[in-house]
Structures are given as structure tokens and as C-alpha cells.
Design a protein around this ligand. Sequence first.
Ligand code: ADP
Ligand code: SF4
Length: 684
Amino acid sequence: MSDNPYQILLTPLRIGPKTTRNRFYQVPHCNGMGYRDPRALAKMREVKAEGGWGVVCTEEVEIHPTSDITPYIELRLWDDRDIPVLAGIAEAIHRHGALAGIELAHNGIDAPNNFTREVPLAPSALPVATFTCQPLQARAMSKKDIRDLRKWHRGAVVRAEQAGFDLIYVYAAHSLSIFQHFLSRQFNQRNDEYGGTLENRARLLREVLEETQETVAGRCAVPCRISLDELRGGDGLEKAEMEDVIGMLAELPDLWDVTLSSWENDSMSSRFAEEGHEEKYFAGIKKLTTKPVVGVGRYTSVDRMASLVRKNVLDLIGAARPSIADPFLPKKVAEGRLEDIRECIGCNICVSGDFTMSPIRCTQNPAMGEEWRRSWHPERVRPLSGAGGGSFLIVGGGPAGMEAAHILGKRGARVALAEAGGELGGRVLRESKLPGLAAWIRVRDYRAMQFHRLPNVDVHLNSALTAEHILEFGAAHVCIATGAHWRNDGVGRQRTSPLPIADAGRVFTPDDLMAGRAPGGEVLVWDDDHYYMASVLAEQLAAAGCSVTYATPATEAATWTRATMEQAFIQRRLLEAGISVLTAANLEAVTKGGATLSCIYTGRTTDRAADAVVLVTARKPSDQLIRDLAARGADVQAAGIKTITAIADALAPATIAHATHAGRKYAEEIDARPAELRREIVEV
Ligand code: ADP
Ligand code: SF4
């Protein structure tokens, strides 16, 4: 008998003809690498398998040229020539004893076919449903088209098995699959045997499930990924109807993988949804089928995971983001090292990789996406070589300084980390106190916990260092990670020269508000930053009783958060909090008792009364130390300092994910020339 209290999560389970070694199931997730970066992708999946996940799946894999979602970069299995790339991924996953799953997908009305220029296919003739509202319509599929689609899917199943996958998905979720488009009245307005009644709308899914099972003939497992609710009310699929679908098809797949639709409802950030927010949807699904059920909910609490399995709510704990933040989560549970788990903070920066068509990145796990490109591993580091000899002084205990100290500590260096404040964390300490961002403190907590295990890392709090202190300290390497501060002059994207501010104008920055210096009355929040900060502060001010106007030169609030799938949630929250949202508005001047705004298109100006203006535009590096040290070259040399390096926000302000990445990069490269960034070269 194991004495691991989480043994239930470590128990094997049969999925059709296959057996997973435990209940940790990495559900399919996109990563912005896909067909462009196959080796980087294979290595990323391999590291998850090494970290103990029982099942590791690919992202969606387009099965045919009529399912081309360019510009997004996923995998493709259009024909036999794609098999080797997929086989490489399956092999990498198998190397560490995990089952390999492949999510075959036909994107139907969601595929604009920008690359192949095929006519998009859908149950009914409607505009393509891409994020970019492309001026393109899909044609309604004929019976022959449906027969062709089934044939293409069957062909992809054969190729997936040849590539070595154990689990071959039938995907009907996230509004990204043609099988869901047939299921949903939202897209299916047919009046033949594939439209109308639920049974008719589910016909194609039934046929494809049957054909997939027939094709694999008991050699592979066939999961079905389905969305339990489209969250569109009666216009789309709702839970009751989906329970009927699962009831009808109950025993056909070997596993039910249940989600919400669309993707932004499934992968909500921690600002908008708690851990386990999908439980109310998947509760009761197990009563409808004898097949195993996997569900997600950004689970990082191991107690909660075990309880879901114990209570027979789920058989397997699905994870995309928790497996990105910590590819070794299962191993840590097996080894009883829960305090070493790097918990996902729910910021959705990982999602931005897909939306910006760039390799996946993660705020908590800077090695994510870099496993092959830079040979970074989420757990292992190279011991420091002679070239990095001597001690390190890291100035600044924010995410960058903490990560640099953590990795250097693991590499065996002698490290002093000096932080001016009384607590570690830097910007995450401040920002995690803002509405909805509490989980962000995990960036600090994980690293602070690691310092307890590293006797060679000394943390000095309440230590605001000057150049003099640094010279006295006498470290061989000095890393300046002193962060940045918000500008109070309005300089940002829209205007690159200072804003006219009347003497009597009251101006605040995010730093003021986070330090407790908050305005009251009527407040104008000016967002030329376009990420989360301005909206979070507007929310906070409204909750404190201010009458808030949020203004931005963009045409929607927090426009960059489209990449984290938060934009619509943010705008809704602002509006529901009674905040007036002004878009396409430039800030021309802060006046006595208000502000002058102009339309970004016509230049027409309007005056707006405000007791205070909060400027959320850009940040300046806090790099005084660098300048002070540069002025004392001879003293630096005499002190035996070999290198002085500014990193992260102290060099060029960016996201927290950039800061942890910069910390890791510094710690990796101090004793070596920067590693060559591996990339795929097309052979011609
Ligand atoms: P980053 O995101 O680059 O890690 P942060 O702003 O989060 O930057 O963190 C920078 C940290 O550096 C803050 O906690 C700040 O208190 C600290 N800091 C700034 N100047 C000094 C200094 N001179 N000595 C020690 N710590 C400093
Ligand atoms: Fe979690 Fe953020 Fe990492 Fe994504 S980027 S896995 S949401 S910590």
C-alpha cells in the first residue's frame, strides 16, 4: 500500500485498448509552433511525458486542405507526407512511457483556407466564423461533401495510427470543429437527415465515431472531445441538449473529453474564472456513460484533483495550462513534492503564443517553448562552468531578479539577492493586490519556496542598494533587475512627446494607485498601454465609489488582451461596473478640472470634466544604478566586478513573462556565449 495521499491520481486506468499509467492527462493544446516548428513542438511534448503525464496529446491537427486555419499555426495531417512529423511527436512522447493522443480536426466554418484557397465548408451557407471577420462565406455541404468529409477523416485516422498514436480523437468542441457545427443550431440550418432534430444534427458525429472505431479496430483508443455548452443561451448548444447527445452516443467513444465552447469560455483567465469553474458543467456526465471522462478547470490544487476522482466526477484530470506552467506536476505529486509545483497563475500569456503565431511562452515556466530551441529544461540546469566563476549580486527581487537568482542558485553559484522592499515579488507583489489578479503572487511564491532549498542563495530584504554598496559588496557579476516605473507625462504609443498638463491638473500613475495614493470623485483613466492595467485600475476605482471614464485611442478596451482571450470579458466588466468606455479617443491635455480629448480619426476635440486623470501609457526603466556604475568605471574594475548587466524591466519594460524569461536567459548565458537559437530551415 502506498502512503501517498494522492495515490488515487497515480492509479492506472484503461482507455479502450490502452492503459494510462496515472490520471494526469494533458489535453490537446495549441502552442503557436505546429507545422512550422515540429522539433521544438516534439521536445515540448516529450518534456511533459518525462514529467509524468499519463497521456500527452497534440494540439488540433488539420485533416484536409479544406480545414486550413492560416494564419494560425497548428499541425497538419493532410496526406502521407505529413506522417513523419507526427511520428516524431508520438515517438518523443513514448520515450517516457506516456500515451500519445492526436486531436484530428476539421475546422469547417472556422477555416478560411487562406493558404489553400479552397472554398470553406459548413453545414449551412454562412460567413466564416473566424476571429477576424474575414469577408468570406462557407458553402453548404452537399451529401457528397459529407461523404467526402467522412472519407478524409477516415484517411487521417489511418495516418494517425501509422504515425504511432495511441488515442485518436474525434473532435467536436470549442466551435472549432465541423462536427460541432453540425450539432449546433447556431450553424446547422439544414432540413435533410443531417439537420433539424438533435438526432439528425448528431448523425455526422455518430457516423464518424463509428467509422473511426471501425478503422482502428481495437488497436487505438478513440476519445471524443465535446463542448457541454456554447454559452449562447438557446441560440446554441446548452448543457441539457449536450447531455442528450452524450446519452445517445454514450458507449461509442472510449473516453469523453468534456469542455466548454468557445475556446475563450473554456480557457478563462484567473481574472475571470476560478479554478474548477467548469465543474458545474461536467458534474453528472459520468452517469451518462460507462466510459472514462476527462475534464479541465485550470486545476493546480492536488487535493481538489484527488477529490474529483474520489467522488467519481472525473476519471482523469485534464490540464493544458497547469501542464505548461509545470510539465513535472505529476512527478512532483508522485514524489510528494507538492511545494515544488509551479502553479499556473491563469494569465493566458501561453494563449498569446497561438494568437500571435509565435512559439508558446509561459509566465511561470520560462523554459516553455524553449526546450529544443535553447535546450532549456523546466527542472534541470547545467552546472556553472569556470567562465561564470565568482559570486553574483542580483539587485531587485521582482520576477526577473528572483528567476535569475533561482536558476543561478540551481546551477551552483553563490548568489546574493538584494531587494529594497520588505518582501520579495516586485511588480507581482503590487499587482496581485489588484482586483482579479491574486493568483499572480504564485510567480513569487514558487521562487521564494525554491530559495529555501538553495543554501547558496542569500536573500537580503530592506536592502536598497546604491552604486557605493555594489562596489563595496565585491561580487564578480552584478545583475540589475530593478524594474520600471510608470510614466507620468502621457508618453506612450499615441503620443511620443509629453502631454500638456495644467499646473492645477491632477495626474496619477498606476504606481500611485498601487501605493495607495488614489483619487476620488470623477476620474478619467487613459489607456494607451492596451493590456490589463488600465482596465483593472478602472475597475478598482469604480469599486471604491469613483465615477470612472475609461478612454483609449484603440477601438476597444484593452485591445491586446484579444491575444489572451480576455478582451470581451474586460469590456463587459467595465460596462457592467457602470464605467463609461470611450474609444478612438486621444488625450490632448490635462486641464484644470478635466481633460481635453480628441477623436483619433477627425481630430475633433471635446472637454471632459474630471477631478483626476490616471495615465496608463508606458514605463521607464529604473536604471539609475546602471548609469551610476557606468560613471565609475575605474572603481568597478578595482572592485573586481567582471560584468554588470541590466535585465528585464530595468532594460526594456515588458510583461512578467518577459521578466522571468530574461532572468533565466541571464542565468543560462552568463558563462557561455548565447546559445544559437535552433530553428527549422526549409530545404529546397
Ligand atoms: P522585473 O519585472 O524586471 O523583475 P520588478 O519591478 O518586478 O521588475 O522588480 C524590481 C524590484 O527591484 C522591485 O521589487 C524593487 O523594489 C527592486 N529594486 C529597485 N531598485 C532597487 C535597489 N536599488 N536595490 C534593491 N532593490 C531594488
Ligand atoms: Fe498559466 Fe500563465 Fe503559464 Fe499560461 S502563461 S500556463 S496561464 S502561468
